[in-house]
Design a protein around this ligand. Structure first.
Ligand SMILES: Nc1ncnc2c1ncn2[C@@H]1O[C@H](COP(=O)(O)OP(=O)(O)OP(=O)(O)O)[C@@H](O)[C@H]1O
Ligand SMILES: [Mg+2]
Length: 412
């Protein structure tokens, strides 16, 4: 039987709000509506002005609704910001029933134990991602239900965020009469859009370098091991150009995209560009090399800070598949080559995967990675929930084990 439903992803970013509406037929995603509006109420990935954020979301959602000719009432919404923290934890329970067969309730018990950590009152859990189960010492089990054992352990990745930041985002969406299917960590969403399963298996770091935040995530053995959001990204490059070339911010943004590069040596000494001056209608001529010299150190700083996080977390030598860069700033000329030279690892720009249909030429841009990832999250999570009962180790991938699904599955 043909299964058809609507899934909506809402990426509330620092520079833009993007809403994608997809018609999903038998698990195949066809984008039928898209809305985008400049984001006005966020700083560094966090809502700082509720009224303006609501306006931006309303505009993006209405646009997408009009294009798709549907009403949006349920969304997967991304969250980022430097308030996000993640840790790995584990727990063990005994299986005491005489038959020693592990049940759903046992899985529930062990995950509950692993997610129970002391949290300050202003912090809440966003994701509880079981990475692997261990039954009587046997590691690498994805679904232990039905196995026999006496000791069940679980390793989980816990993602938490500030209660205020989460609630402000929820308020903005719900005030428009839209329900939230799930709040999803943006690095996680982006990873679903641009990483291959081979990369995730081997070990890879994903950087989503947007306007206000750089989202970092590390995958290994198919699972997420580390996630972090740092509050520095493309807007900082633009600000540096504004100051360095004494030009209005819109002009700085334009020349960054048009002429910017982070490879100073790739620019000839005689290359010149015309730049608007502040406060007048005049223009001045500056060398493109000067522009590159402003951009390069900031890009270096962003990438170094991100790599330092990876190093501090102990994963620097555990990413043989290298680095994937996505988000709007990944479009900066030379950034892939720059990262490759600096860290001596394979680097590529993240692209929208196969299997996404509709508006493909538009959504192929890395600025849509998070929104597409939210759609994939919405689709694949549910698919797996249905398959779970008959499926053992080996299938599913990361979101199969995400918490929203997990609870539904256990209740069901
Ligand atoms: N061609 C380009 N060259 C350089 N930078 C670019 C280019 N295109 C877009 N950008 C930059 O990408 C940034 C926006 O990226 P993106 O849309 O991924 O951010 P966002 O999702 O709104 O923000 P965040 O994820 O940080 O909250 C802006 O700073 C913009 O200047
Ligand atoms: Mg973003």
């Amino acid at each position: 039987m043909r299964r058809e439903r609507l899934v909506v992803g809402l990426d509330v970013g620092t520079t833009k709000v993007c809403c994608l509406v997809a018609n999903v037929v038998d698990g195949i995603i066809e984008i039928i509506g898209m809305g985008m509006s400049p984001s006005r109420g966020l700083e560094k990935g966090v809502v700082v002005d509720i009224g303006r954020t609501i306006q931006s979301i309303r505009k993006a959602v209405e646009e997408a609704e009009n294009m798709a000719d549907v009403r949006v009432d349920n969304v997967y919404v991304g969250i980022a910001g430097k308030h996000i923290r993640s840790i790995n934890n584990s727990a063990t329970v005994s299986i005491t029933r005489p038959d020693r067969i592990i049940s759903k309730e046992d899985v529930h018990r062990v995950v509950e134990a692993a997610r129970t950590i002391p949290l300050p009152p202003d912090v809440e859990l966003i994701h509880v991602i079981p990475r692997q189960y261990i039954v009587d010492g046997q590691e690498g089990i994805t679904d232990p239900v039905g196995m026999t054992g006496t000791r069940l352990e679980v390793d989980v990745h816990l993602v938490m965020g500030s209660v205020t930041a989460v609630h402000n985002l929820v308020r903005c969406v719900e005030s428009l009469g839209i329900r939230i299917a799930q709040i999803v960590l943006e690095p996680l969403a982006s990873s679903m859009a641009v990483l291959s399963s081979a990369e995730k298996e081997l070990g890879v770091v994903l950087l989503d370098i947007g306007g206000g935040t750089t989202d970092i995530s590390v995958f290994r053995g198919g699972d997420i091991w580390f996630s972090k959001v740092i509050p520095i990204a493309g807007e900082h490059i633009t600000n540096d150009i504004t100051v360095g070339l004494q030009t209005p911010i819109e002009e700085a943004e334009r020349i960054k995209k048009e002429y910017g590069t982070c490879l100073v040596d790739s620019v000839g000494d005689d290359e010149k560009i015309d730049v608007a001056t502040i406060g007048g209608d005049g223009t001045k001529t500056v060398s493109r090399k000067k522009l590159a010299k402003i951009i390069e150190p900031r890009v270096e700083e962003i990438l170094d800070l991100a790599m330092q996080e990876v190093e501090d977390a102990g994963y620097r030598d555990l990413i043989p598949a290298g680095m994937v860069i996505t988000g709007g700033t990944s479009l900066l000329h030379g950034i892939v080559e720059f990262a490759q030279q600096r860290y001596g690892i394979p680097v590529r720009r993240g692209q929208v995967p196969q299997g996404i249909h509709g508006l493909r030429d538009i959504v192929e841009s890395p600025i849509y990675a998070t929104a597409i990832g939210l759609l994939k999250y919405g689709v694949e999570g549910r698919d797996f929930a249905r398959m779970q009962a008959t499926r053992g180790r080996g299938g599913g991938g990361l979101l199969t084990r995400l918490f929203g699904w997990f609870r539904k599955f256990l209740r069901g």
